[in-house]
Design a protein around this ligand. Structure first.
Ligand code: ATP
Ligand code: MG
Length: 432
């Protein structure tokens, strides 16, 4: 026998028996996006490597260590998207979406690819839902976006979601801060990891986001950006907080959040849910006013967030949040013999045309095995058709929940309208 091929390390299959959970959260997220005024954007899974180097930032973990980059036959360097924002921003510029009027509000569902050490809540291919807003500078836009995140978690009934916010200011106020950070970290140069030593000169703020426990410990006592904000940035942050309070969204200020991507300015935030292990951040976001310019466009304020969908499902599972099961099939027809099979085929076709889920046997099972299968798939009703039923055009419809059996006439009477009414009434007896 040929050897089985296995899935790539750090990837997961979403199987037919579980896909309803994904469809459920996708539906809730899409609905929330709609009421907040967002429209979906879909961008390609691969882009020119330069887009992510510029859009995510050269000094970030994502660009330095985590990207799936490859060369095409033509010698071009491409990268599988590690996140959703850069592609959305590129599309905005490429299609001049700003001509459609501001703000532009776009949401996305994407797979992301990062070369990381796989563990619970950390995969190499994972899914994100993101919301992006372009063209809004006001702190009310930050508050509205954060509200959308809070509303999603509320709608999904998540418990104990913590919102932590911070402001990392603008390039101007960060200048002073960088100086203070450099000084502080320079005194710990020997203990910092190799990557952070490189960051010390180029971008000392990235050290604050390092995952190494030693660097994390050192970072705890580092100067805080919040103490270095310029008046405008301070004011912006204060207003975001006020609007959040107005909206009844609870938060704590965590001055250590800086986010992993380079293009962030002002507001940064995370929604954190303990109880799913070390990877407890389900959503990360903030403002990135420098991004569009970095990608060659005219300056345009921007903000957004991304929710890790695997982590979201982990939290829901850990908290025992029930995801509605798909509706049971309406009918299973157990058919024996060729004429019965043809009749069954015709009946299920007519029901399916009306949007009802109907099944009959296509793998050649015997009667007993067909009934067992009907039970397994949870069919609401079953119908047994054999030569006798075809000849008399009469059959028995069984309600699988109540075991009630009803005599029905095949043909004209047993059509989809009848069946839809039957499902509605859940009691065949009422219809005769
Ligand atoms: P982390 O600090 O956990 O590495 P990050 O800052 O790299 O997260 P973002 O780039 O902000 O994460 O992505 C947004 C969200 O996507 C995260 O909050 C998380 O829920 C999810 N996420 C990020 N990386 C992974 C991954 N490798 N596997 C699964 N989910 C992930
Ligand atoms: Mg990461």
């Amino acid at each position: 026998m040929a050897q089985l091929i296995k899935k790539i390390k750090g990837t997961e299959d979403i199987l037919p028996r579980d896909s309803y959970k994904w469809q459920f959260i996708e539906k809730v997220l899409s609905e929330e996006a709609r009421v907040f005024g967002f429209k979906e954007i879909r961008t390609p899974v691969f882009e020119q490597t330069g887009l992510f180097v510029r859009g995510v930032g050269e000094g970030t973990d994502v660009v330095q260590k985590e990207m799936y980059t490859f060369e095409t036959k033509g010698g071009e360097s491409l990268t599988l998207r590690p996140e959703g924002t850069a592609g959305a921003a590129r599309a905005l510029l490429e299609h001049s979406l700003t001509n459609d009027g501001l703000p532009i509000k776009a949401n996305y569902f994407t797979t992301c690819y990062r070369y990381e050490k796989p563990q619970a809540g950390r995969q190499r291919e994972f899914h994100q839902f993101g919301m992006e807003v372009y063209g809004a500078d006001s702190p009310v836009a930050d508050a509205e976006l954060i509200c959308a995140g809070a509303s999603i978690f509320e709608r999904l009934q998540l418990q104990d979601v913590r919102l932590e916010i911070n402001s990392i200011g603008c390039p101007a106020c960060r200048k002073e801060y960088h100086k203070a950070l450099k000084e502080y970290f320079a005194s710990h140069k020997e203990t910092l990891c190799g990557t952070c030593n490189d960051r010390l000169e180029k971008n000392p703020m990235r050290i604050l986001d390092c995952k190494s426990p030693i660097c994390k410990e050192i970072a705890k006592d580092a100067p805080k950006i919040i103490d270095y904000l310029c008046e405008d940035c301070k004011d912006h942050f204060e207003k975001v907080k006020t609007y959040l309070e107005d909206a009844g969204v609870k938060y704590t200020v965590n001055p250590t959040i800086v986010r992993g991507l380079d293009y962030y300015t002002n507001t940064v935030f995370e929604f954190i849910c303990d109880g799913i292990g070390a990877q407890s951040t389900v959503c990360g976001g903030g403002r990135y006013n420098g991004l569009i310019e970095e990608l060659g466009g005219n300056p345009l304020p921007a903000l957004g967030f991304a929710i890790g969908l695997e982590r979201l499902l982990m939290v829901m599972d850990a908290q025992g949040i029930e995801i509605p099961k798909p509706e049971a099939p309406a009918l299973y027809i157990a058919a024996l013999g060729e004429s019965a099979e043809r009749e069954a085929f015709s009946i299920v076709n007519s029901l399916r045309q009306s949007g009802l889920e109907a099944h009959f046997d296509i793998v050649g099972r015997g009667l007993k095995a067909q009934m067992k299968y009907a039970d397994k798939i949870g069919a609401k009703f079953t119908l047994v058709l054999g030569d006798n039923e075809i000849e008399t055009q009469k059959a028995q419809l069984k309600n699988m929940q109540t075991s009630e059996k009803t005599d029905i006439r095949l043909g004209e009477h047993f059509n989809s309208d009848f069946f839809a009414a039957l499902i509605e009434s859940e009691n065949a007896g009422n219809l005769f």
